[in-house]
Design a protein around this ligand. Sequence first.
Ligand code: EPU
Length: 442
Amino acid sequence: MLVIQGGAALQGDVTVEGAKNAALPIMAAALAVRGDVRLGCVPDLVDVHTMTQLLQSLGAEVDRSTPNSAVINADNAQGHVADYELVRRMRASICVLGPLLARHGRARVSLPGGCNIGHRPIDLHLKGLAALGADLRIEAGYVIATAAQLRGAEVDLSGPHGSTVTGTCNVMVAAALAKGQTVIRSAACEPEVVDVGRFLINAGAKISGLGTPVVEIEGVDSLTGSAHKILPDRIEAATFAIAATATHGSIRLKNVRPSDLTSVTNALSAMDVEVSSTVDELRISTPRQLKPANITARPFPGIPTDTQAQFMALLATIRGRSVVTDGVFPDRFMHASELLRMGAHIRRVGASAVVTGGTRLSGASVMASDLRASAALVIAALTADGESQIRRIYHLDRGYAGLETKLNALGANVRRESDRQQPSAVKAPHYSSQSARQRTDS
Ligand code: EPU
């Protein structure tokens, strides 16, 4: 668990890692590439380790001996089965579906199953791959996909809450090696999807329209080894920016792309935070008094759902009424009940959470339900009076590299302790403590 003594304002510089949500689908896409794939700025995260294990289980060679890099060679990767034991640890495992199908003409990938941030179907992934000619069925908890020859087609990936990030990646990789032209309508525009597209282009794919809802792909015969540097993690950057704001601090974020963070910095500016940027840095400086705000998470370029929980923690500290809505995962509010335990005033009204902020939060023992919920609890604990213990931080380790080291370098007081209470503290009603510990959300 993390033990956090609240009250210190974050001050100083922090360097952001490469983006988890680009690194994972890019590593998966390497299965469809011949020769060495050399990746830079690979974050040192549990999820990246899990993806490494998954690729190795499929027969790929993965060398991660140099920090923040990965060299992947899938030339002898003959496996086409992504086993439940690995997939259940990380939903992003579904990213191997498109690459395996493109590479072998067949794939058997465990369905990721339930998740703590809401309903997460994969129907759009399947719709996209079916449009390219794959034959798909669900059997014994696995997606079984076969295709003698993938063929380019038009496919619309719009769902009830926008497009699909990993679904767009899956279809893009499969289409890159299909015969003929594919047009993806309602493609996800997230910067991580663009990064996956750029990786594929470096490997020889013909893709245009990245970052727009219409992505066109002209299939090629093969993709060959290439080098790629993973883009900076906008969610990690936003988490530090929000933490600095909540603690009334002043920080400089290095290795960021400010244009990927416009919705976040606009929201902070509307609260009266001073934000300035250069080409790859962002400065956040917080006045004494902040204004409440209404935050609605939406697909890019909207406020990311992966920052919604962190914003909620921040708004709980700002005097006045704020409303938080998540247009991507409408039920992603499990952090609210833990924030209540720290003294926050949050009420669910319809599809939104109404936050009446301003009461000083008090340190408490709380439990994280997913990765970004954990980040929200850390932010709340940094602002709270007294000490907090945050349990189930294995979620944090999946998405934030060296979080406590970085926070302490900014002046926070955070220490990691072994959580002896953890097994009995995991009281999720629907699954065992073992599976709860391994339940995933990314
Ligand atoms: N959806 C469908 N059908 C599908 C796929 C998605 O209806 O086939 C719905 C989802 O239920 C959701 C919306 O579409 O309402 C968006 O889901 P999406 O597929 O885009 O999510 P994802 O690709 O599974 C990625 C990130 C998540 C992030 C979401 C939204 C990775 C590895 N994961 O998930 O990251 O929240 O996009 O931006 O890229 C995290 O990092 O903490 C995390 C959860």
